[in-house]
Design a binder for this molecule. Structure first.
Ligand code: ZN
Ligand code: ZN
Length: 409
């Protein structure tokens, strides 16, 4: 991941996030509600991806049910919180009394928008009948969806793992840089992820590094940092470690002279990882000066020449040169072992999903049979889980659209 996208949320375009009880998750989870024709709303659980088409009455039933459930749960909350720390509980009461009504009011406003009869008399009645009421068929998906740590950059690795579980991700891609800085016990993190049944991948140290540098001390330090990342991945019981290839030291150098060092480096890292039972994914980088692993040909050449069973390519959708056909790029890669997914437009990379101009439905259709992990990438420096939640919700919708598009072609 390189460029930093603008992570602001867009104005809600007639789509609402409402807490509802999900029969599949068996708890109150955030749902995305899209009002449609004929008073029928599409209700998506962003945690498990379950989609329902409900009419206004059905929606109100679910909404009320969840409110009642929350009210019923209240006395228990109060009792446990009070017995835990009476002083803290009482001190926090005025704040709760002040903020709660606002939250409830915002949610109620959304609810009123959803159930309000759509007054669009200028428009002719829809030719297509509204979708039948009920739960849409669940989709099969063989890939696992990971929460990439920079989506929650202001949070600790422990919080990232907990949020991933909370939002229905299948795993996390933790960043070695963050882990080493916070100094969290890797064994404890591994145990936590294992308990929550989350897949772990590690993004190796990459900023400041250049393992193919013509400056010997930089090359040696970079190699050392990569080995440290592999060790960390081992302690975290990670399945895969993501690394960046090196780049040229002199902007106009002939990249050919760097290839032998790159191959040696990746082989050395791969052999270390193999002893720990870890896969190595080498990312293809964005097209710019000094980078020399950019095209599918470069990525395939690297995998071929390294020639190790535990090495493959990390497909980064953001790094596909703008204007190139994404599906063509994807199908030209011989051995994709991991994917980084984010949106982009002509000038910005790593945007939140559905906020750029990539045709992600087409991209996901091309990854329909992919069996490894897809990490949702982006960058949020402010605390809060909004971006991680947004990306998960968008992914569920995009995946459904992609499966439908595969079915109709
Ligand atoms: Zn990266
Ligand atoms: Zn659910």
């Amino acid at each position: 991941m390189r460029g930093v996208g603008d992570a602001r949320m867009p104005a809600a375009r007639e789509r609402y996030e409402v807490a509802l009880h999900c029969d599949h998750c068996r708890r109150s989870t955030v749902h995305l509600v899209t009002p449609g024709e004929g008073g029928v709303s599409r209700v998506t659980c962003i945690v498990c991806g379950r989609v329902q088409a409900v009419n206004t009455l059905g929606f109100m039933e679910q909404y009320t049910e969840n409110v009642v459930r929350r009210l019923l749960a209240k006395p228990f909350d109060i009792r446990t919180e009070f017995s835990r720390s009476p002083r803290e509980f009482i001190a926090s009461l005025p704040g709760r009394v002040l903020t709660k009504p606002f939250r409830v009011a915002a949610e109620l406003r959304a609810t009123m928008d959803i159930i309000r009869p759509r007054r669009r008399s200028a428009r002719p009645p829809a030719a297509i009948a509204p979708p039948p009421i009920g739960v849409l068929a669940p989709l099969d998906r063989r890939c696992r969806i990971l929460l990439s740590a920079p989506l929650l950059w202001a949070h600790t690795s422990t919080e990232i793992i907990d949020t991933a579980h909370e939002l229905g991700y299948d795993g996390v891609e933790l960043w070695a840089y963050q882990l080493l800085r916070e100094g969290t016990d890797a064994g404890a993190l591994a145990a936590r992820a294992r308990r929550l049944d989350l897949t772990v991948a590690v993004h190796a140290l990459s900023w400041d590094l250049n393992p193919t540098s013509h400056v010997d001390s930089i090359k040696a330090a970079s190699l050392g940092a990569l080995h440290r990342s592999v060790e960390l991945a081992g302690a975290l019981e990670a399945r895969l470690v993501v690394m960046h290839p090196g780049h040229t030291t002199v902007p106009h150098d002939d990249a050919e002279t760097y290839w032998p060092v790159l191959i040696d480096t990746v082989q050395e890292i791969a052999d270390h990882a193999a002893r720990l039972g870890i896969m190595v994914g080498v990312e293809h980088m964005e097209a710019r000066q000094t980078e020399f692993v950019i095209t599918p040909d470069h990525a395939n050449r690297l995998v071929d020449e390294v020639n190790r069973p535990n090495v493959g390519t990390v497909l980064d959708i953001a790094h596909i040169p703008w204007g190139q056909d994404e599906v063509m790029f994807i199908t030209q890669l011989n051995r994709v072992v991991h994917v980084h997914l984010s949106d982009a437009d002509e000038s910005r990379l790593h945007l939140p999903l559905a906020q750029g101009e990539r045709n992600l439905v087409r991209v996901l259709a091309a990854l329909h049979d992919f069996q490894d992990a897809i990490a949702l990438e982006g960058f949020s420096i402010s605390s809060g889980v909004e971006l991680a939640r947004w990306n998960k919700a968008q992914f569920e919708e995009l995946w459904r659209a992609s499966v439908e598009s595969v079915a109709t072609t």
